[in-house]
Each structure stands twice: as C-alpha cells, then as structure tokens.
Design a binder for this molecule. Structure first.
Ligand code: CDP
Ligand code: MG
Length: 140
C-alpha cells in the first residue's frame, strides 16, 4: 500500500478537555506520523466552507457553530494507507457505534461532539490539506 497523507482535526470538545496529547498518542501508536500541526480558532464561516459538503444536512448549522466554539488542532497525518488507517483509529462517527479502543469510543461526547475529523478519500484528503496548509508547511 502506498504512503498517503490525510487531514485530521482535533475538535473543540477535545481541545477543551486537554486531550490533544492523548489523541496524538493514538495516531503515533498506530504508525501515523504527524507531519504538520497547528492550533487555530475557526470562524463559523471558515468551518462552514470546510463542511460545505454537508450544507443541506439538518445538523450543518450546529456543526459549524460547534467547530467555531473553541480552538481546534489541524494536522496532516502520513503513513501507509493513512486515510483508511486514520478512519480506523478514529472509530465510527457515533461513539455508540465506535469500536473499543478507538478515539471516539474513548473520548467523544456525542455524535456531533466526536473529538476528531478525518478525510474519507484521496481527493478529499488533498483538498482538505490544502484548505489549511501550504506545501512548505508539510515537513515530512
Ligand atoms: O466525521 P465523519 O466523517 O465520521 O462523519 P460525517 O458523516 O462526514 O459528518 C461530519 C460531522 O458532522 C461528524 O463528525 C459530526 O461531528 C457531525 N454529525 C452530526 O452532528 N450529526 C450527524 N447525524 C452526523 C454527523
Ligand atoms: Mg466525513
């Protein structure tokens, strides 16, 4: 399998509870390398653009409010099959369905406030990484 890069976000519910280190340990233990990382506070409009694909969903407004409610840590994870591997480490969207040991099983508070975002495919990973990072910020 090829080396890939994927966009990860540690969401406001997790930064608020000081979980950045514990979540990063899950990534590193799974063999994912954090090759770029920064802590930022999104505006609702910036969150809205990022989650534009969900604009027609009933949870969209609440999701954008939540993503702008506190700081997030945006990061690029790299590794063999990183996109799928990260989704595995994250666990299912709804923590009630997340496998034991996953980030969402351990830390998520609800289906909305579920601690992490991860890209779902190579195309979205590329677009999402470039939404937050310039090429020269990815140091390998
Ligand atoms: O994040 P993931 O790719 O697992 O799920 P998604 O279906 O792409 O949804 C994006 C985000 O919207 C989720 O991570 C939740 O924060 C939120 N969401 C929600 O609030 N209520 C739902 N029923 C589904 C998703
Ligand atoms: Mg998604």
């Amino acid at each position: 399998m090829a080396t890939e890069r994927t966009l990860s976000i540690i969401k406001p519910d997790a930064t608020k509870r000081n979980l950045t280190g514990k979540i990063n340990a899950k990534f590193e233990d799974a063999g994912l390398r954090i090759v770029a990382q920064k802590r930022i506070h999104l505006t609702k409009a910036q969150a809205g653009k990022f989650y534009e694909v969900h604009a027609s969903r009933p949870f969209y407004d609440e999701l954008c409010e939540f993503m702008a409610s506190g700081p997030v840590v945006v990061q690029v994870l790299e590794g063999e099959g990183a996109i799928a591997k990260n989704r595995e480490v994250m666990g299912a969207t709804n923590p009630k369905d997340s496998a034991a040991g996953t980030i969402r099983a351990e830390f998520a508070e609800s289906v909305g406030e579920n601690s992490v975002h991860g890209s779902d495919a190579p195309e979205t990973a590329k677009d999402e990484i470039s939404y937050f990072f310039a090429g020269m910020e990815l140091v390998g």
